[in-house]
Design a protein around this ligand. Structure first.
Ligand SMILES: Cc1ncc(COP(=O)(O)O)c(C=O)c1O
Length: 390
């Protein structure tokens, strides 16, 4: 047996992140996965091609006809991602919104009803408010911290329950095992957006979700240099997603797949550091007189801290935290403007700390904590508090 046929699937997450999917090119022996920038694939004979087309219609993996459907660089990324998620299969899309729309449209049609949590990313919110109703799909938004709200909203035509595991931006944590039970008792698919935690902190499929989606742009890519979307679940569910994905044209470019492959190799390393930094910062912010309150699932003051402990990888609570400063809009701006390390901007999950001040949410400041030296971050925020008060 070749060393490259070793089964890494039962090894630790860091080993799997590095090793799974990659193998030398059989012709050149290039060790790293090449960027297969090709739209189409050439075959020798009509008969051979005919056979490929028939197998392609069954969504066989590792079979290449046209890069809208499958691409060898993207297959390597799919294999890494399905190992990270503990999934039978994974589909990689152009961005997170493509992952979400594909997962929803693979499970909903005109006349169906879908329930969504009330705190979600802006475009997910408009998808439920405007896009799906335009296709004849009925939507309801409910507060999911009390799971009975979900049960009350279920109708005979409810097909999907959708939520963000840790919500954007309020960091509300959903009780996945309980909600999965409700969904399955009513024959609904349970789809979870786990962008804010990453599979390093929590794996929704192991907690009862049927399908997990991510804006892979965030922790999976981790360097702010590419867009990517992830859908993962059972082979049967992913075959339906692949059909929708192929018809809508939601594919990722081979170059973006390649960047993401490189990033997945360090995903556990990065996220563990981000979690450690976020915990240290959250505890520090809690001691500051300028801060009204801190929202971070790792703090005992977070309403779902115990739930987080029961669902998360031991010792990890994610890299996302929010603070509310005493005062209002002016304090939020003065503090944010005085910081020197984190840029002000959207997105999250990067190796560098990102800061998103949100006046619309009562002047909340959301941090996506990066991998910098945490003492430098603390020193920066300390001087920013001093400047804020000048
Ligand atoms: C929780 C969540 N889901 C989905 C998305 C959409 O991802 P993308 O920007 O990759 O389309 C975002 C983007 O910020 C997000 O925060």
């Amino acid at each position: 047996m070749s060393r490259y046929d070793t089964d890494f699937s039962n090894m630790g997450m860091m080993t799997r992140a590095i090793k799974i999917g990659d193998a030398p090119d059989p012709v050149t022996h290039a060790l790293n996965t090449p960027i297969y920038e090709t739209s189409t694939f050439g075959y020798e004979t009509a008969e051979e091609y005919d056979e490929m087309l028939a197998r392609g219609a069954e969504w066989e993996p590792d079979l290449y006809i046209y890069s809208r459907t499958t691409n060898p660089t993207t297959t390597v990324l799919e294999n890494k991602v399905k190992s990270m998620e503990g999934a039978e299969d994974a589909v990689i899309t152009a961005c997170g919104m493509a992952a979400i729309s594909n997962a929803l449209l693979a499970n909903l049609k005109a006349g169906d009803h879908v329930i969504c949590s009330d705190d979600t990313f802006m475009c997910t919110s408009s998808m439920f408010a405007e896009v799906l109703p335009g296709f004849g799909i009925e939507t309801d938004r409910v507060e999911i911290l009390d799971e009975s709200n979900i049960e009350k909203a279920i109708k005979p035509n409810t097909k999907v329950i959708y939520l963000e595991a840790l919500s954007n931006p309020q960091l509300k944590l959903a009780n996945l095992p309980k909600i999965a039970e409700i969904a399955h008792a009513h024959g609904c698919k349970f789809i979870v957006d786990n962008t804010f935690l990453s599979p390093v902190v929590m794996r929704p499929l192991a907690l009862g979700a049927d399908i997990v989606v991510h804006s892979g742009t965030k922790y999976y890519v981790g360097h702010g240099d590419s867009l990517c979307g992830v859908v993962a679940g059972s082979r049967e569910d992913m075959n339906r997603v692949r059909f929708i994905y192929d018809n809508l044209g939601s594919h990722i470019s081979p170059f973006s797949s390649w960047l993401t492959i490189r990033s997945v190799r360090t995903l556990p390393l990065r996220v563990e550091r981000q979690c450690q930094n976020a915990m240290a910062l959250a505890k520090w912010f809690e001691t500051r007189p300028e801060v009204e309150f801190v929202t971070y699932p790792g703090l005992e003051s977070h309403a779902q801290h115990d739930l987080a402990t029961s669902m998360f990888t031991p010792g990890l609570y994610g890299g996302m935290l929010c603070i509310h400063l005493k005062g209002g809009y002016e304090e939020m701006c003065r503090f944010a403007d005085a910081t020197r390390i984190p840029p002000v901007g959207t997105s999250l999950g990067d190796v560098q700390t990102l800061m998103f001040p949100k006046s619309a949410y009562n002047n909340l400041i959301r941090f996506s904590v990066g991998c910098e030296d945490v003492n430098d971050l603390i020193a920066d925020f300390e001087q920013a508090f001093a400047k804020m008060k000048e």
